[in-house]
Design a protein around this ligand. Structure first.
Ligand code: COA
Length: 337
């Protein structure tokens, strides 16, 4: 299917981002602290990934508590209350519990009224999938005020004895409030993609219907996140570059017209390779992986919130948000602020 193109100056899905918010747990875990119980070093982690430290949620916290804090911040900035929301989409990979998912817990904690809420699972690209879905629903008149959230606590699913995975991830949440718009701001281009032949690159095998939890699955460590790092690394740059070009094409924009590129923060070397391939100047690229590591679905909304709170985003600017992850789902959303 060839996507409908945005007429220059006219958003495909008109909307306004009226508030952003994020939350990072208080506890930080540095590379040096990891090296106290793992055969690793600050030098290895920094040079291979760009990560220096990450936030880890406390035993009392859950993804919903992080998500609620991020959502409250976004709602306050949007001058909206939870009762104003008629849609809440929560991007997350590992739900609060198998039934129900995370969204109802967040809706309850926020004090949302009768609006719709649901989880969206699309790997680390989940936030972009949810953003596009919410944008389309606003445009179709199915909602007027939406909250899109990414919240993730992969620290609960990594094997803390596996140095190849546990050093990469951090916990956190990020949120945006979207409101129906009529002006020039909104989603100008969307390229949501997937390559299911790569679904084996990142997975938690056990605990679902295919391989229910048993003492054997626990003994075999099948409830931990497993990853083929090299395969993901190789695929990531091509996927994000292709989706970004396609979304810009739909938006009738060139790479030179992008003001801010917000890539999924999985590995600094992946970001650098992407930036080189797209020839986007470094000053336009948002990077916070050194402080937060890979927060999966929360990665893009946290980076976006930091950019907005830093007063760096101006009305009319073009933002390219791009991500890849489990599935392998990937994609890019082009926003005009
Ligand atoms: N500390 C020290 N050594 C480590 C290590 C660590 N934390 N993790 C792995 N190593 C070792 C390996 O055991 C290997 O040792 P060997 O050569 O003796 O076998 C060596 O370092 C090289 O490992 P390799 O896997 O080749 O490293 P790499 O350069 O590919 O980097 C990743 C590994 C995981 C950082 C990199 O592949 C990556 O970031 N991939 C993408 C992951 C990703 O994006 N995941 C999330 C998707 S949303």
């Amino acid at each position: 299917m060839s996507p409908r193109r945005s007429e220059k100056g006219k958003p495909l899905l008109p909307l306004k981002v009226t508030g952003t918010g994020s939350f990072l747990p208080e506890k930080r875990l540095t590379n040096d602290e990891l090296a106290q119980f793992l055969d690793t070093s600050d030098e290895w982690i920094r040079t291979r990934t760009g990560i220096r430290t990450r936030h880890i949620l406390s035993p009392e916290e859950i993804p919903a508590t992080m998500g609620i804090r991020a959502a409250q911040r976004a709602l306050t900035r949007a001058k909206r209350s939870p009762e104003d929301l008629d849609l809440l989409l929560v991007a997350t990979n590992v739900p609060e519990e198998p039934i129900p998912g995370t969204a109802p817990h967040i809706a309850l904690g926020l004090g949302m009224g009768k609006g719709a809420f649901a989880d969206v699972s699309a790997g680390c690209a989940g936030f972009l999938y949810a953003l596009a879905m919410a944008g389309a629903m606003l445009h179709a008149g199915m909602a007027e005020t939406a909250l899109v959230l990414g919240t993730e606590a992969l620290s609960r699913f990594v094997n803390w004895q596996d140095r190849a995975t546990c050093v990469l991830f951090g916990d956190g949440a990020g949120a945006v409030v979207l409101e129906k718009g009529q002006g020039a701001s909104g989603i100008l281009g969307v390229a949501l993609r997937g390559d299911a032949t790569k679904l084996g690159l990142l997975r938690i095998e056990a605990g679902g219907v295919r391989l229910p939890a048993s003492s054997e699955t626990v003994r075999a460590g099948k409830h931990f996140l497993q990853m083929e790092g090299k395969g993901l690394f190789r695929a990531a740059v091509g996927m994000m570059a292709e989706a970004t070009r396609a979304a810009l094409n739909q938006a009738s924009l060139s790479l030179a017209e992008v003001d801010w590129l917000i890539p999924h923060q999985a590995n600094l070397r992946i970001i650098e390779a992407l930036v080189k391939r797209l020839r986007i100047p470094e000053g336009k690229v948002v990077v916070n992986i050194d402080r937060v590591a890979n927060t999966s679905t929360a990665s893009i909304p946290i980076a976006l919130d930091e950019l907005v709170q830093g007063g760096k985003v101006e009305s009319g600017q073009i933002l390219a948000l791009t991500a890849f992850g489990a599935g392998a789902c990937y994609g890019t959303v082009i926003l005009r602020w």
